[in-house]
Write a protein that binds this ligand. Structure first.
Ligand SMILES: Nc1ncnc2c1ncn2[C@@H]1O[C@H](COP(=O)(O)OP(=O)(O)O)[C@@H](O)[C@H]1O
Ligand SMILES: [Mg+2]
Length: 325
């Protein structure tokens, strides 16, 4: 009954239409045909469930039974998305390398013969091909890493080191944005898949830098800034990435971690879907919210205490490669 969000009296004595209007049609069908079965979306204050409802007519009324298939449907949808992503990635990736190589070859071979007056156009065209092909390649990589998503291989990971590496890479990628790592950085070891965590961090940092770049293009002040922080407390390990960029969109805000939800022209909408999946595989969660001060967004990557092997002062174990899975 919790599914239907019924009041205390459980709807006793009231008509079905009032208690659960979604079932009216299937009930009518069962009254006529004796039996009916249908999938029905039931939206209640807290969330929406998809139920498989069976109705049968008995001598003194109707019996309705329902199974909650919400998770099944979402798993099926996910599997379908993955399949599409995998195929698209494959089909697109193949021709990219020859396109890129051909453009570079044109540059090398014919640039010297191009009359000075046409040189600018020549360069612009070949550069555009090379650059756009690069963009497509990166998008496709995002597609395929979402589609592949292997099971994590757990080992001991130095969380501070992972964050330092991510921050460093982001500084190199976007020298105009100040990427900070708040001190003191606690030393903490997580039982995790290092490559996956690195990817989750990269995706979140990349989003932050893109939101910052878009905002700076609109209003150059204040200077673009991304602040990261690693915190260890009783609840576990938290990595926070806060930026002073555009801020999260108002529309579809709670759907941003779904695959293919994007507000960016060149976006795939897969970045956060990947981050969410990685965190869930580690028993953690991803929280997206507003920056604490001013315009901007804050992404919080939470890992449960369970994932934490030791922190700070605890002595280091001799064996650093504990494989669990
Ligand atoms: N730091 C951020 N600031 C503002 N918006 C963000 C931020 N991170 C994510 N978003 C929003 O979430 C959407 C989905 O992000 P993501 O899944 O990484 O896909 P993509 O980056 O390809 O658009 C983005 O299009 C953007 O609207
Ligand atoms: Mg992204």
């Amino acid at each position: 009954m919790a599914l239907l969000d019924l009041p205390g009296d459980r709807g006793h004595g009231r008509a079905l239409d009032q208690v659960a209007p979604e079932f009216a049609l299937i009930a009518d069908n069962a009254r006529v045909a004796g039996q009916a079965e249908e999938e029905v979306d039931v939206a209640r204050a807290r969330d929406t469930h998809r139920l498989r409802v069976r109705a049968s007519r008995t001598s003194d009324g109707l019996v309705l039974t329902f199974d909650d298939i919400t998770r099944l449907v979402s798993a099926q949808r996910n599997a379908a998305w993955r399949d599409v992503a995998r195929r698209i990635a494959h089909e697109i990736k193949n021709p990219l390398t020859p396109i890129q190589l051909s453009a570079e070859r044109l540059q090398r071979k014919f640039r010297k013969d191009v009359p000075a007056a046409d040189l600018e156009v020549f360069d612009r065209c070949t550069d555009t091909i090379v650059r756009q092909v690069g963009d497509i390649g990166r998008m496709v990589d995002e597609f395929s890493s979402f589609a592949r998503m292997p099971a994590p291989k757990f080992a001991e990971q130095d969380a501070a080191e992972l964050l330092r590496a991510g921050v460093f890479a982001q500084r190199v990628a976007t020298p105009d944005i100040s990427v900070e790592l708040l001190e003191p950085i606690p030393e903490v070891v997580l039982l995790a898949d290092g490559r996956m965590l690195a990817q989750a961090l990269t995706n979140v940092l990349k989003n932050a830098s893109e939101a910052v770049a878009a905002r700076v293009a609109e209003t150059p002040k204040p200077k673009g800034r991304i602040t990261t922080e690693l915190v260890v407390d009783a609840e576990g390990v938290t990595v926070t990435v806060e930026d002073n960029g555009l801020g999260l969109p108002a529309k579809d805000r709670d759907r941003l971690t779904e695959p293919y939800v994007t507000t960016r022209e060149k976006g795939t909408g897969l970045g956060l879907a990947i981050v969410k999946r990685i965190l869930e595989d580690h028993g953690g969660e991803l929280i997206l919210t507003d920056a604490r001060r001013g315009r901007g967004a804050r992404a919080i990557l939470k890992f449960p205490t369970m994932a934490m092997i030791r922190n700070g002062s605890a002595p280091a174990a001799a064996d650093t490669n504990v494989e669990v899975s």
